[in-house]
Write a protein that binds this ligand. Structure first.
Ligand SMILES: [Zn+2]
Length: 87
């Protein structure tokens, strides 16, 4: 099967009882790396438009690790706030 044929195959969401079909998108992906929370921007992955479940392939995960290891540092810093449940 060629790559073009593989890309045309509809992939149904893996979450139980969800009927969504994954869409290929580039998104900001948040993950843990060496004990720190980091965001990698423009990661190509599959996203369910109904429940939001994301699916990353092993090759994409390896590329994310390589991108973090070989980068000169983050391209941006983001503020993080704690959720205040008493408000
Ligand atoms: Zn879903």
């Amino acid at each position: 099967m060629t790559e073009a044929v593989l890309k045309s195959v509809r992939e149904v969401c893996g979450v139980e009882d969800c009927q969504g079909v994954y869409e290929r998108r580039e998104v900001a992906h948040l993950l843990q790396h060496e004990g720190q929370t980091v965001i990698v921007d423009r990661v190509p992955l599959l996203v369910c438009p109904i429940c939001g479940h994301r699916q990353l392939g092993p090759q994409t995960l390896r590329r994310i690790e390589t991108a973090i290891r070989t980068a000169d540092g983050p391209t941006a810093w983001v503020p993080v706030y704690g959720y205040k449940s008493w408000l």
